[in-house]
Design a binder for this molecule. Structure first.
Ligand code: DX5
Ligand code: ZN
Length: 227
């Protein structure tokens, strides 16, 4: 079985108690924390920035996976690196010089990811795939949690999986949007190894028990074990 990573998106967490929400998903077996940054410009929503990343950094050694939905993107990258981000991913449409943006992320000591919206073509990978540590395929249009998985993303995952496997570098293949217990196995079969889930995880914790996320995380793992 491949190594799979489950990445709860804190976009769907209760922000009034964000620290607990992060500790509780990690205690329930989540692998990394997905951190959605929206700017009310590139996407029609406004979320969290480097200050929040810095505030949560001392809580855990787990990877903080920052998904920038910000345009222009370069200026904010050093701020997230200083705030403790481990992976920084950006949408190619938000950068005037994609190779430079990837270089900037790596110079700051972070892993670099590129993100593809449902209608963004994969040719952006052509000359830079080897420089990336992660490719993120969006299975919803970015901006909001709780949207429905767009099935075409499965074909895109298969295409990127082939490209990654044709090289000899370890590159994570992440999926983001509409991931649930009932589709995660099919998504894994299409080639994803890293699974962002916001509403499916945080929507499942309906009490104050710190183990309230055990059930949903176990269910996601059980589905992945079938692949
Ligand atoms: C959407 C964000 C996602 C979002 C996923 O723009 O990038 O990370 O939180 O939420 P769900 O899992 O609810 O679709
Ligand atoms: Zn995201």
């Amino acid at each position: 079985m491949a190594d799979y990573l489950i990445a709860p998106s804190i976009l769907s967490a209760n922000f009034a108690k964000l620290g607990e929400e992060i500790n509780d998903v990690l205690d329930s077996g989540a692998d990394i924390i997905h951190f959605d940054v929206m700017d009310n410009h590139y996407v029609p929503n406004l979320t969290i920035g480097p200050l929040i990343c810095e505030a949560i950094r001392p809580l855990t050694d787990a990877t903080i996976d920052v998904h920038l939905m910000v345009e222009p993107v370069d200026r904010i990258i050093p701020d997230f690196a200083k705030a403790g981000a481990n992976i920084i991913s950006f949408h190619p449409e938000t950068s005037s010089h994609i190779d430079r943006t990837i270089g900037l992320i790596k110079e700051q000591g972070c892993k670099a990811g590129m993100v593809f919206n449902p209608a963004t073509p994969l040719h952006y990978l052509d000359h830079v795939l080897d420089k990336l540590d992660l490719v993120l395929i969006m299975s919803v249009n970015p901006g909001f949690g709780g949207q429905k998985f767009i099935l075409e993303a499965l074909n895109k995952l298969k295409a990127v999986r082939e490209r990654i496997d044709a090289g000899n570098k370890k590159i994570l293949l992440e999926i983001d949007g509409g991931v649930k217990v009932d589709n995660i196995a099919e998504i894994a079969r299409a080639g994803a190894d890293t699974f962002v889930a916001g509403s499916a995880i945080y929507g499942a914790g309906n009490n104050e028990d710190p183990h309230r996320y055990d059930t949903v995380l176990s269910a996601l793992r059980a589905e992945l074990a079938k692949v």
